[in-house]
Design a protein around this ligand. Structure first.
Ligand code: AKG
Length: 199
């Protein structure tokens, strides 16, 4: 597999790189099994004055005290790294040069689970975070667009890595839209920096 260096050109006009075969099939299958044992939770989000279930399951692992609040509403408190997640974090750091202190899991149980247009610009990640996203299980469409412009689609495959480089969260939005197609479970792991917690 082609290794990434920091000097790689990001995908034309997009501040991301996509590596479809970052993990071998055997590695991806084993990681998917591991992820099924993680502590998934159904969180509630408050939006437009209403409280509703987040349309996917979530989990978080990471360094002690690296709490993650998003949308001023959902507070995620990391559990200690599992050895598999810690090894994966190291492997992504070795490839990209970026450091990570938490990993947030999203579990999309069906095509009706989703994440809407957003950027990840929570202050707890510091300025211009790099985010590395691993996909496992069913393939889902990931869309990304410069704010106010047209979107590009990526089909995120089992075992793939998508790197969103520093700056991406300030200039672009992304989403995994709902689909009426019959799709089974997809698990996504986003490795992120954090400025708090214990070192
Ligand atoms: O599931 C994905 O690929 C994207 C997840 C995401 O956008 C997020 O966790 O902020």
């Amino acid at each position: 597999m082609k290794q990434m260096s920091l000097f790689d050109e990001p995908t034309a006009v997009l501040p991301v790189n996509y590596y479809p075969e970052f993990l071998t099939l055997t590695e991806a299958d084993a990681l998917y099994q591991h992820c099924q044992q993680l502590q998934w939770q159904q969180n509630q989000i408050r939006m437009l004055g209403k409280t509703m279930p987040v349309p996917r399951l979530e989990c978080i692992y990471g360094d002690e005290g690296c709490d993650y609040l998003y949308s001023k509403s959902v507070l995620l408190k990391p559990l200690p790294w599992t050895s598999s997640l810690a090894q994966l974090r190291q492997r992504i750091t070795d490839m990209t040069g970026y450091s990570f202190r938490i990993v947030i899991g999203n579990q999309y149980r069906s095509g009706q689970d989703s994440i809407g247009w957003h950027n990840d610009s929570e202050a707890s990640m510091g300025f211009n975070p790099a985010i590395a996203s691993i996909s496992l299980g069913s393939m889902r469409k990931f869309q990304i667009k410069p704010i106010g412009s047209k979107s590009t689609d990526f089909w995120l495959e089992h075992g793939s890595l998508l790197v969103m480089h520093p700056g991406c969260q300030s200039t672009h939005l992304h989403q995994v839209p709902k689909t009426n197609k019959v799709v089974s479970t997809r698990i996504n792991l986003t490795f992120r920096p954090h400025i708090g917690g214990k070192r």
